[in-house]
Design a protein around this ligand. Sequence first.
Ligand code: NAD
Length: 513
Amino acid sequence: MTDQFVFTPLDEIEKIYNELKVTFASGKSRPIPYRRYQLIQLAYMLKDNIKLFEDTLAADLGRPQLEARMLDIDPSLVEIKLTLSSFEKWAKQESAPFSINFSAMRPVIRKEPKGVVLIISPFNYPLFLTIPLMASAIAAGNAVIIKPSENTPATTTLLANLAEKYLDTSLIRVIKGGVTETTKLLEYTWGHILYTGGGKIGKLIAAAGAKTLSPVSLELGGKSPVFIDSKCDLKMAAKRLLWGKAANAGQTCVAPDYIIVQQDFQDKFVEALQESYREFYPDKASAPGQMSRLVSQQAFNRVNNLLKNTNGTIVIGGDTDEGTKYIGPTVVKDVKPEDCLMSEEIFGPILPIMPVNSIDEGLAYVNAHDHPLSVYVFSQDSAYKATIFDNTQSGSAMANETIIHPAVYGLPFGGTGPSGSGYHTGKYGFDMFTHLRSSLDSPGWLDMLLGFRYPPYTTAKIKAMGRFMNPSLPARPKGPPEERVSRHSWSKWFTFFLALALAGGLMKRQSKT
Ligand code: NAD
């Protein structure tokens, strides 16, 4: 941790890129045992150095030990372990589905690495948004360059040093740097670029990828709304929301950004949040080991200014300390749509509550803005949950939970539109770094069936071609399908009760006879 944070020199970046290209072309990264060895090394790189990583996360983000383990270190280890147990299966070539016309050509899908790939990571989860992605890229057989954030200098330096010690540097490298170094990296052609960070920079990355025709995935952010139903489990909702907002000092891409609640339920909901706040922080939230800090002075100033300029009413917290970049968990009620807290992704521990007169007003507000990374709903009523999920668009749709879904194995993680494109974690990460290479091996005897393709073209050959292709379509429909009239499934219930009444009547008649 005492190591100095020195950026990788630009001419070295050029050398590293070229070296990785040459090694990738040699085929060294492809054999399954090689990939397995590097993955295990990656896991031990983390496991052997847990204490050091806890220390760097504390130095960079003031991370409490529990958050360092639960949000970065342990989920990264779990991801590598699960990748290790499945990647061989994912890497197997697949046969195309049977087709009477083409199966004789033995069509298969080869799972091939994309080449040298670039992973640009953000500061907020310096391990979880770096190491599992490295694992996906390695499992898929690629060479990898990682560019972690310059805003977490201690963790980035440790990662770079350990990667040299544990991993094959002819195929896996960490570049230390900021804008200049990343801009240099973006001049090259990549098998794939995966960028995680804010949307403004995301546009620059997409434009750079377009220049070299490198495929790009963008994992971005946005304002993730939370709909609170008056029929929710109030205590649970308050606890999970306050935790989801306070964890990592709100610097989480899927943090609940703001609350939408029916006007006449707002105060009851605030009381529940206040109760959770007292339960969570019997001493001060600023006590050692309880709250992460804002990553930089600039980040502190931005979030602090939002707090100073809001016209809402602070009902929890509001305490700040510039010297230690501390902002306590804060809840602001009666926030209007035009308030500064609603103008940008907060990315800090402030939770605004925007009261509405109806669920439709809340939906209209959300749908008039960028598709967020997550939409949350707290309710025990399935019709309410369905109304929110069916009438919004977002990267993910979560009921009665906050922020943990990126770590839920088997679920793809990614945004939609302005919150990003592409998916990762588990097999989805492997697929992102894998080229599906179509392949077939056609036997000579097939020309007995496909000879019609060769000139000279004749009427008989056109007929033969028609017989071969023969696209049989479904019967022509009588008209468009009936539109769904109701958002709720009342008709299902009506049918159920009708069936119940009929069955009851039938049983009565039987017992009389
Ligand atoms: P950041 O400042 O750490 O930057 C992210 C990366 O972009 C860094 O590696 C940085 O070096 C690089 N970068 C910065 N300026 C650049 C430039 N001009 N050209 C090229 N590269 C540049 O992190 P950030 O952007 O502040 O991250 C916060 C944002 O990321 C939030 O919006 C958050 O919601 C989003 N985020 C999304 C996810 C996700 O998985 N969808 C995860 C975490 C964070």
